[in-house]
Design a protein. Structure first.
Length: 111
């Protein structure tokens, strides 16, 4: 397995793959990321991130059947693996721990 940490974009894309579950393919992931984050990304950026995530063992892919609507092309579908779920849980734990360690005064909040 290559690397064990998630970059910010990788984390967002892997979370999106999980959210889309059985309909997670490049264009759907791109559209969902843009809708949820208001962050414009290209399809090539999504494909590159999905390839890295697959190389790390955090997601797996398969091809769906070709359809008339897609001009006879098959969808390349992705799904989060157990290792990907663990990486996301680890990332959440790190972030929550950091958030919880910030004293109220750091953000000028009264106690």
């Amino acid at each position: 397995m290559k690397g064990t940490q998630l970059g910010e974009l990788e984390e967002i894309i892997l979370l999106t793959v999980g959210a889309l579950f059985d309909d997670a393919y490049g264009v759907a992931v791109m559209n969902e990321v843009e809708e949820r984050t208001s962050r414009k990304i290209t399809i090539s950026t999504v494909h590159a991130a999905l390839k890295r995530l697959e190389e790390k063992g955090f997601c797996e892919s398969r091809y769906d059947g070709a359809t008339k609507e897609r001009g006879g092309r098959r969808k390349h579908l992705f799904r989060v693996t157990a290792a990907g779920e663990k990486a996301l849980a680890d990332s959440r734990e790190i972030r929550n721990g950091l958030w919880n360690s910030i004293p109220d005064i750091a953000f000028n909040r009264s106690e």
